[in-house]
Design a protein around this ligand. Structure first.
Ligand SMILES: [Zn+2]
Ligand SMILES: [Zn+2]
Ligand SMILES: [Zn+2]
Ligand SMILES: [Zn+2]
Length: 109
């Protein structure tokens, strides 16, 4: 789930220009903003880096560890444990963070 550049619609956007109301990739940001003085003053805010850790859909606070394909939600460790109890334990979940696999102490399936 990444934002595509509004200009080339090809690369992942890394910046959002409020003046242009456009999301831009690095190359298009250079193209659009470096070529003219007025545009170079546009304030751009950085977008989340592509592949950045998604947030938990439940508490919207912790980084998500799991994606539940049944619920279609991303969950942090804490919310996963509180949501997937009882009959929901059978929900197929994917680990979102490869590098944190070791925290997954209980079998998920
Ligand atoms: Zn672009
Ligand atoms: Zn701009
Ligand atoms: Zn959570
Ligand atoms: Zn689920």
């Amino acid at each position: 789930m990444r934002t595509l550049c509004d200009v080339c619609e090809n690369a992942a956007a890394i910046l959002f220009c409020a003046a242009d109301e456009a999301a831009l990739c690095r190359a298009c940001d250079d193209k659009v903003h470096l070529c003219n003085k007025l545009a170079s003053r546009h304030v751009r805010v950085g977008l989340a880096v592509p592949n950045a850790v998604p947030r938990c859909d439940i508490c919207e606070n912790e980084p998500a560890f799991f994606y539940c394909e049944v619920d279609g939600t991303s969950l942090c460790l804490q919310c996963d444990m509180s949501v997937h109890v009882g009959g929901k334990r059978t929900h197929g979940r994917y680990l979102l963070l490869r590098q944190r696999v070791e925290v997954c102490v209980s079998p998920l399936y």
